[in-house]
Design a protein around this ligand. Structure first.
Ligand SMILES: Cc1ncc(C[n+]2csc(CCOP(=O)(O)OP(=O)(O)O)c2C)c(N)n1
Ligand SMILES: [Mg+2]
Length: 326
């Protein structure tokens, strides 16, 4: 019961965070939409609508389990417990950020929670397999989870990683987050099979498809896959259907969507559905919900305030942590 409310709270925190970033992102960029200018420099890929994937899976992980995530990373980072202040400062390009403001929103690295992400599509699969190989060699019961979009399942790294993970039977779970599009390209135009989970057969591992963007169904499938991995039974591929409620990036005109497509996704908002479920089952009261909304509001405000008040890095910082010719 408590666990369900915790999951709901985390989903609400993610949504509030993403909505807040969407608003702040436009600061200083208009009227000509200059991507490099403003409070948040660089591109911005938001994951509102995809909260069930992160929360349903990561709620079964421990602090020292490893998560690798893609260029759309905030929901995974928040679910894994990355410090909201440090993460926000990183996104704002401030010196107090996780990587002293040099990574930005697609490059959040947090040794504390064993979380990382990358702007290179498909880059998270091999390091997850590497972490899983280390866990099995060290005799630890940890698990690594690699999250990526359905577009990333057509990268070589996906197939190479599934092959080695299956061969070595290491404790890794691959999660394909299918939001139907890779930028503007629908899956049907890029992928030879209807379901990425079918690709698991080629590597002799279980492949599970979870429809409906439903946090409880996702949680159930993830629990089984993570337990298998923890018990030494090797990798699983999960394909999870989801929907993104913003564009591919902030500023995306979304001309590729069909009429009414976005509205139909909004009507199936996974947080609203989960909230109704919890209220109906008396797991959550209206009062508790209001308290949660206040709490998440405060947490987001606090993180944004911290980031706004932090300084930008010194120019000399550009030469730190990089290879320079002597
Ligand atoms: C190796 C590589 N190729 C191309 C790109 C440009 N790119 C950024 S996001 C993206 C689409 C990714 O789609 P998907 O994996 O479905 O993730 P989603 O954006 O839907 O979350 C592409 C092609 C990139 N960042 N890295
Ligand atoms: Mg996608």
């Amino acid at each position: 019961m408590d666990n369900l409310v915790t999951m709901y709270r985390t989903m609400c925190l993610i949504r509030r965070y993403e909505d807040q970033l969407a608003e702040i992102y436009t600061e200083g960029k208009t009227p000509l939409f200059s991507i490099a200018a403003g409070t948040i420099p660089g591109e911005m890929h938001l994951a509102a609508g995809q909260e069930p994937v992160a929360v349903g899976v990561i709620s079964h992980l421990k602090q020292d389990d490893v998560v690798t995530a893609p260029h759309r990373p905030h929901h995974f980072a928040i679910a894994k417990g990355v410090d909201l202040r440090l993460m926000t400062a990183e996104i704002f390009g401030r010196r107090t950020g996780l990587s002293r403001g040099k990574g930005g929103h697609m490059h959040l690295f947090d040794p504390q929670t064993h979380f990382s992400c990358s702007g290179i599509v498909g880059a998270g699969f091999p390091p997850a397999v590497g972490a899983a190989l280390a866990f099995s060699r060290q005799g630890r019961d940890n698990v690594a989870v690699a999250f990526a979009g359905e577009g990333a399942a057509n990268q070589g790294t996906f197939h190479e990683s599934l092959n080695l993970a299956a061969l070595w039977k290491v404790p890794v779970v691959f999660v394909i987050e299918d939001n139907h599009y890779a930028i503007s390209v629908p899956k049907e135009q890029s992928t030879a099979v209807a379901h990425n989970s079918d690709r698991a057969q080629a590597y002799g591992i279980p492949g599970v498809y979870v429809a409906g963007n439903d946090v409880l169904a996702i949680s159930e499938a993830a629990e089984e896959a993570i337990n298998r991995a923890r018990q030494g039974q090797g990798p699983t591929l999960l394909e999870i259907e989801t929907t993104r409620l913003y564009g591919h990036f902030q500023g995306d005109a979304e001309a590729y969507l069909h009429a009414g497509e976005k509205e139909s996704w909004r009507q199936l908002d996974p947080i609203a559905r989960f909230r109704s479920y919890l209220l109906e089952h008396h797991t959550l009261s209206e009062d508790e919900d209001q308290t949660i909304q206040r709490e998440v509001e405060e947490r987001v405000e606090d993180a944004v305030k911290f980031a706004r008040e932090s300084l930008e890095p010194d120019v000399g910082e550009a030469y730190r942590d990089v290879f320079v010719e002597s």
